[in-house]
Design a protein around this ligand. Structure first.
Ligand code: ADP
Length: 513
C-alpha cells in the first residue's frame, strides 16, 4: 500500500499561467525565424526547392506544446515566410501547390496537437483527483481508532498506521518490511507463514473476513487481547491483506466493571427487599408478642394469688421477660429499617444521583432506553443519608426502565430542581406503560406489585419510608408524554435548618398515598 501511494506520487500539471500560454507562440516565432535563416543559408544549394520543410519543426513544437491556436499561428507564419522566400524566384504553380499542401499539413498537425493537449490536461486532472482521494483516504485511515496493518502475501508489513504504533509500541520505520509474525506470540509466530501459504493455496477462510479475538505481542513482550478483522485486496499480481485490530483491554475491563455493578445492584435490591420484609414482619409480630407478654403477666398474677408456691411461677416469669425482649428487638429493627439510624450529612445531589444512575441504569441503553439528565446547580446541596436516598433513586430508575419494556418510545428523563417551598425535588419521568389502575391507590404499600413472581412490591414502600424519614414526600403522577413521573422532595442543606422545618403539604395532583 505504501508503495502504491508513492507510485502515485505524481506531480499534477498546474493550470497554464498566462506566461506559459504565450510560450508556444514564442517557440513558433523563433523556429520559423531559424527555419528562414537556415533556408537563406542553403539558397545556393537548393534554389527554389525544399522551402516549407524548414518550417516543420516550428509547426510540431507549437502544436504539441500549445495545441490548436499556436499550431495554426505557426502554420500561417511558415506559409507567409515561405511564400516570401519563394517570391524571389517568381510565382510558379508548383510552389503554390507546395504552399497549399504545407498549409493543410499545418492545420492537421494543429488539430493533432490540440487533441494531445486536451488528453494531457485530462490526465493531469485525473491524477489530481486520484491524489486528493488518496490523501483523503490516508487521513481517514490515520484517524481510525483501530490499529491498521497491511501485509502482502508473504506476510511482509507494507503499512503500519499511527494507532498500530500506539498499540504495539513499534514505530512504522521499525516494522515496515519485516514479517508480521513479529507482532504475535508463540505458537502463532511460528505458524503464521504456513497460515498464509495455506490460504493462498486453498482459499479456505479461517480469518479473512471473519472477526476473531486473538493475542498480539507488543515491543516490550507484553501481550494484548485484540479483535482482528482481515480484508483482502489485489493489486496487479500481488495480493494484500489489511488487518484492523481493536484493543479489547478497555472493553474487557468495562465488561468486568459492568458485571461488578450488576452484582452490586442485585445485592442492594436483595438487601432493601429483606429490610422491608423485616420491617413488615416486625409490624405483624409486634402485636402477638405484646399479647403473649400481657397474657403471661395476667397468668402470673392469678398463679401467685392461687398457688404462690407453684414451680411454674419461675418459668412463666422468664417467658414474660423473653417476650418483652423479643418485642424490644423487633422495635429496634423496625426503627432501623424504617426511619431510625440514618447517617445524615451534606451531600451533592448531582453526585448522589450520578452514582445511583450508574447502578440503576446498567443495561438500560442495551434495552433501547435513551436517558436525559438535568441537574439544577442551584439546588445541589442536600442533607441526607446518601446511601438510603440512592436506594430510592435506584428503585425508581429500575421501575421506570422495566415499565418501558413493552412500549416503543423509551425515554427516561431524570431531573433535579426546586420544589415550591424551598425543598429540593427530584423527578424520574418515563414514557412507559403508566400505572396500573388496580394498584394506583396502594402504590406505596408493601407487597403491592403487578410483576407477579418477579416483583416483591416492597421497593416503593421502603422508598416512602426513607423519604418521609428525611422530612420529604414521594408521589407519582401521569407523564403528559405517556408513562409516569415519580417525584420526591428532600430538605436542602441550608445551615441552621432541620429537615422537619421543610415539611411539605402533599401536592394536590399527587396520587398514591
Ligand atoms: P416491584 O417493582 O417489586 O413490583 P415496587 O414497590 O417498586 O415493587 O413497585 C410496585 C408496583 O408499582 C410495580 O409492580 C408496578 O406495577 C408499579 N410501578 C412502579 N413504578 C412504575 C412505573 N414507573 N411505571 C408504571 N408502574 C410502576
Amino acid at each position: 500500500m505504501e508503495r502504491l501511494w508513492s507510485a502515485m506520487d505524481v506531480v499534477a500539471t498546474a493550470p497554464a499561467r498566462p506566461r506559459a500560454r504565450l510560450m508556444p507562440y514564442v517557440y513558433a516565432g523563433l523556429l520559423v525565424g531559424v527555419g528562414a535563416i537556415a533556408r537563406l543559408a542553403l539558397d545556393p544549394l537548393l534554389g527554389d526547392r525544399v522551402v516549407f520543410l524548414m518550417f516543420v519543426p516550428a509547426l510540431i513544437v507549437a502544436a504539441s506544446t500549445g495545441g490548436l491556436l499556436p499550431g495554426l499561428t505557426a502554420t500561417a507564419a511558415s506559409v507567409a515566410v515561405g511564400v516570401a522566400l519563394l517570391a524571389r524566384y517568381g510565382v510558379i504553380l508548383g510552389n503554390q501547390v507546395d504552399a497549399s499542401l504545407f498549409a493543410c499539413l499545418g492545420v492537421a498537425v494543429a488539430f493533432g496537437g490540440e487533441w494531445l493537449r486536451r488528453a494531457r490536461s485530462h490526465a493531469a486532472e485525473m491524477t489530481t483527483h486520484v491524489l486528493e482521494r488518496q490523501d483523503h483516504l490516508k487521513s481517514i485511515l490515520d484517524t481510525v481508532p483501530d490499529a491498521m496493518i497491511v501485509i502482502d502475501e508473504s506476510g511482509e508489513i507494507q503499512t503500519f498506521g499511527p494507532a498500530a504504533e500506539t498499540l504495539f509500541q513499534w514505530s512504522k520505520s521499525e516494522v515496515v518490511g519485516q514479517n508480521v509474525r513479529m507482532l504475535m506470540p508463540s505458537p502463532d509466530r511460528e505458524a503464521h507463514d504456513s497460515y498464509l501459504e495455506h490460504y493462498a493455496r486453498t482459499g479456505e477462510r479461517r480469518i479473512v473476513g471473519l472477526p476473531r479475538t486473538v493475542t498480539a505481542q507488543r515491543k516490550d513482550g507484553s501481550l494484548v487481547i485484540v479483535e482482528l478483522y482481515v480484508g483482502e485486496t489485489g493489486s496487479g499480481d500481488r495480493k494484500f491483506y489489511t488487518g484492523f485490530l481493536r484493543d479489547l483491554t478497555e472493553r474487557n475491563a468495562s465488561d468486568a466493571r459492568l458485571r461488578g455493578l450488576e452484582a452490586e445492584l442485585a445485592h442492594i435490591s436483595r438487601l432493601s427487599a429483606m429490610g422491608e420484609m423485616a420491617s413488615s414482619l416486625a409490624h405483624e409480630l409486634n402485636q402477638p408478642l405484646s399479647a403473649i407478654s400481657n397474657y403471661l403477666k395476667g397468668g402470673l398474677m392469678v398463679l401467685q394469688r392461687e398457688n404462690p408456691k407453684s414451680r411454674a411461677l419461675g418459668p412463666m416469669d422468664k417467658a414474660a421477660e423473653q417476650s418483652l425482649r423479643a418485642g424490644e428487638i423487633i422495635r429496634r429493627l423496625r426503627n432501623f429499617v424504617a426511619s431510625g439510624d440514618t447517617e445524615r450529612s451534606q451531600a451533592s445531589l448531582k453526585t448522589l444521583m450520578e452514582e445511583a444512575s450508574a447502578l440503576g441504569l446498567v443495561g438500560a441503553r442495551e434495552r433501547g432506553v435513551t436517558t436525559r439528565m438535568e441537574w439544577d446547580p442551584a439546588v445541589d446541596g442536600v442533607l441526607v443519608d446518601k446511601v438510603q436516598v440512592q436506594q430510592v433513586v435506584l428503585n425508581l430508575l429500575r421501575n421506570a426502565v422495566e415499565a418501558m419494556e413493552d412500549v416503543e418510545r423509551r425515554e427516561l428523563h431524570v431531573k433535579t430542581g426546586m420544589a415550591p417551598d424551598g425543598m429540593t425535588m427530584v423527578s424520574v419521568a418515563d414514557t412507559g406503560c403508566g400505572l396500573s389502575p388496580q394498584i394506583a391507590d396502594q402504590l406505596f404499600e408493601p407487597f403491592v406489585t403487578t410483576k407477579g413472581a418477579q416483583g416483591m412490591g416492597v421497593g416503593l414502600s421502603i422508598s416512602r419510608s426513607i423519604i418521609e424519614a428525611h422530612g420529604g414526600r414521594i408521589w407519582a403522577e401521569p407523564n403528559p408524554l405517556g408513562g409516569t413521573v415519580f417525584r420526591f422532595t428532600l430538605p436542602a442543606a441550608v445551615s441552621g435548618s432541620s429537615p422537619g422545618e421543610h415539611r411539605l403539604g402533599f401536592p394536590s395532583n399527587s396520587i398514591g398515598t
